[in-house]
Write a protein that binds this ligand. Structure first.
Ligand SMILES: C[S@@+](CC[C@H](N)C(=O)[O-])C[C@H]1O[C@@H](n2cnc3c(N)ncnc32)[C@H](O)[C@@H]1O
Length: 345
């Protein structure tokens, strides 16, 4: 193939990639990974179990083969699992099943279709697309909030494990996971350090998910939810966790969240911020996709270390440690600035 034909094919694939997103989502929703866990099956059997149209199911699974998620045996006409498909199995401890399902919810998917408007105006498009913000949408759709929470735990699992490796609690006793969804990050720390107890500060729809996660991990009684608003108040604690939260918000909103945490922090408390860290010299596709999702959907952004430092400084905080996790993620250790009085007092 000449180089122009290669370019045409590459751009064509990029243009049509939205079908890939929906194929992965449909494969996750039809539990194909779970059905194929015990061995190959014909499309008709998966269609029967899932009460789907047999021919349409076959076409979806054939797309799964093209995308590298499934194998196919033309002699037996059976589809088989692959290591990539296992990532969509609900029991995988880093499962992307619920993240893939959540990627298609209207409050994420419809604003993404308005990316050109977001670029033109510099404004997120959730209001225009679904009439409300993502988090208001989740409040009104508890089933989708549940899936979103499970999706966050799954996509976070590898990053959380690495971040927890770097957090030495010392004399700390209490952890506050601010906007912690199901509380997977706090749960990981509590599972490793028996002296710790934890609170997940979350919006109302997520509270039952925290209880479920605590129960599932044998942490009932040590990990609980507090329903609240991180723009208003957070509970006192020795260790604060703030993971994948700041990137949802614009600079002014980030400073408000950080200032609320700063106001609650007792002397010696530490804050651990986990985010993707942008670097203009090297832009991973995952970071670029997430940044565009923030642009179109929420009004947040993926920031550089310098940009994070500016936010910390404005909230009376300073970065005292930096650990690179899986690229491009980092865990930033932050403390109250010794020279600054609490900015809210
Ligand atoms: C992108 S998720 C990150 C969840 C979790 N920290 C993680 O990394 O898996 C952002 C979370 O912030 C929560 N949230 C949004 N607005 C909030 C508010 N005003 N107060 C408390 N939590 C909020 C959402 O419910 C959601 O679970």
């Amino acid at each position: 193939m000449d180089s122009q034909a290669e370019d045409i094919r590459a751009v064509y694939h990029l243009t049509m990639a939205f079908n890939g997103t929906q194929a992965v989502r449909a494969i996750a929703m039809m539990s194909v990974a779970e059905h194929l866990a015990d061995g190959p099956l014909p499309a008709g059997e998966i269609a029967r179990r899932e009460q789907c149209d047999p021919r349409a199911t076959r076409r979806l699974l054939r797309a799964g083969v093209a995308l590298g998620l499934l194998g196919y045996d033309a002699d037996t006409t059976e589809f088989r699992s692959t290591p990539a498909l296992q990532v969509l199995h609900k029991d995988n401890d880093s499962s992307l099943k619920y993240y893939a399902q959540s990627a298609g919810i209207p409050a994420l998917w419809y604003p993404a279709a308005r990316l050109p408007e977001a670029v033109r105006t510099g404004k997120p498009q959730a209001e225009e697309a679904v009439g409300m913000s993502l988090f208001e949408y989740l409040r009104r759709h508890p089933d989708q909030a549940r899936e979103f929470g499970m999706g966050m735990s799954g996509v976070s699992a590898p990053v959380i494990r690495l971040a927890a490796d770097h957090i030495e609690p010392g004399a700390a006793r209490t952890v506050v996971d601010v906007g912690g969804a199901e509380g997977a990050f706090a749960a990981e720390l509590l599972a490793r350090h028996a002296r710790l107890t934890g609170t997940v500060l979350e919006l109302a729809p997520m509270a039952p998910r925290v209880a479920a996660e605590a129960e599932r991990r044998g942490l009932a009684g040590r990990l609980g939810a507090e329903v609240g608003d991180f723009f208003t108040a957070v509970p006192p604690g020795d260790l604060y966790l703030l993971k994948f939260v700041l990137h949802n918000w614009d600079d002014e909103e980030c400073v408000r969240i950080l200032s609320t945490i700063r106001a609650a922090m007792p002397a010696g408390a530490r804050l651990f911020v986990v985010e993707m860290v942008a670097d203009d010299d090297r832009i991973p596709v995952g970071l670029a996709y997430m940044d565009l999702a923030m642009l179109a959907g929420l009004g947040g952004e993926e920031r550089t270390l310098t940009e994070y430092d500016r936010l910390f400084e404005r909230a009376g905080l300073e970065r005292t440690g930096t650990r690179e996790l899986l690229e491009p993620y980092a865990c930033l250790e932050v403390q109250a600035r010794s020279t600054d009085p609490d900015p809210t007092r």
